[in-house]
Design a protein around this ligand. Structure first.
Ligand code: PGA
Length: 317
């Protein structure tokens, strides 16, 4: 076992948690053959198989289950040490591990940019993925902080609202409904709809809205990215419900219109969250405080101008 590397443990932990070599490779930015090879080397070192494959499914063997628990303890100790070490160094250095939902990418990197200008020694690891995956990471305590929509009651987490997230109906600017007022939900349901992928928070809120109004959407297409959806709208493929934040960056200028539909915008909010009982590092606490202050600026103009580089917050107060 002495020859096993930390990287191999990391690879093993990801496969065991995700029950998939492909997803583990994706998460670690490795190729699948590399992941398989590392897992095999580890099993050879241990002298016991750690996984078994039945059909397409991966299962942990008994040795694999024991080893998974050992890995969790090792990683927990490492991250506690990292935290102590960076707290000892104060804010001069340290790491901030953030996981945010896809739609939060429209403001998070810029917020981080300003934060890092003030604390240049802090390294940031930012994971952007959909709501379902972020909740999975939160449950597994994989990062320092999370930015997402409301956290389900079933997950034991501390969560605080810091920003509004209005969901609007978007259509091509030359759509025949673009200039209409007070469009009914009924009327919207006649239009072909473009929907985010399963697991997306935007999709969940949209489905809930139409279900509550007893309406069924004509979903023409599912796409896993807000950007692809905006392009599809401009291309005349349909209309969609997306966060207004998605208009902040690279919006196909003047080619999209927000429709005036009854009941919209759907009022959603951005929360930061972390597992209850988690001991936050000084770096994470400082970032939280920064988010709380930044929310005042972000509220304004759906954060577009405030985050485009002139947020007064970080000009050495
Ligand atoms: P999404 O999440 O990017 O996964 O759609 C956004 C949200 O929860 O509002």
């Amino acid at each position: 076992m002495r020859h096993s590397t930390l990287r191999q443990l990391e690879v093993f932990e990801a496969i065991a948690r995700l029950k998939s070599f492909t997803r583990a490779a994706e998460e670690l930015f490795l190729t699948q053959p590399t992941v398989s090879m590392q897992a095999k080397k580890l099993a050879d070192e241990i002298g016991l198989p750690l996984f078994e494959q039945v059909g397409k499914k991966i299962y942990l063997t008994d040795a694999g289950k024991e080893f998974y628990q050992t890995c969790l303890v090792i990683f927990e100790h490492f991250s506690r040490f990292e935290m102590i070490a960076s707290d000892m160094k104060g804010l001069k250095s340290g790491k901030l591990r953030l996981a945010v939902v896809t739609t939060a990418k429209y403001f998070t990197p810029r917020l981080l940019g300003m934060f890092c200008q003030k604390y240049p020694g802090i390294d940031v690891a930012l994971k952007v993925t959909n709501r379902e995956r972020v909740l999975e990471r939160l449950t597994n305590n994989q990062d320092d902080l999370y930015i997402l929509g409301q956290v389900p009651d079933a997950i034991d987490a501390v969560a605080e609202v810091f920003l509004d997230n209005p969901l609007v109906v978007l259509a091509a600017a030359d759509h025949l409904l673009a200039n209409e007022k007070k469009i009914t939900v009924d009327r919207i349901c006649d239009e072909p709809f473009i929907m985010r992928e399963p697991g997306s928070g935007t999709r969940m809120a949209t489905e809930r809205f139409f279900l509550e109004h007893n309406h069924k959407l004509k979903v023409r297409m599912e796409l896993g990215s807000n950007e692809a959806i905006k392009q599809a709208i401009v291309g005349g493929l349909g209309i969609a419900v997306l966060s207004r934040h998605t208009l902040a960056l690279d919006a196909p200028m003047g080619q999209l219109a927000i429709l005036d539909v009854e009941g919209f915008p759907i009022e959603r909010h951005w929360y930061f969250a972390y597992p209850s009982g988690k001991q936050l590092s000084i770096v994470a606490q400082t970032f939280l405080e920064y988010l709380r202050q930044a929310s005042d600026y972000l509220e304004d103009l759906s954060c577009r101008h405030a985050i485009s580089g002139h947020c007064p917050l970080l000009k050495n107060e």
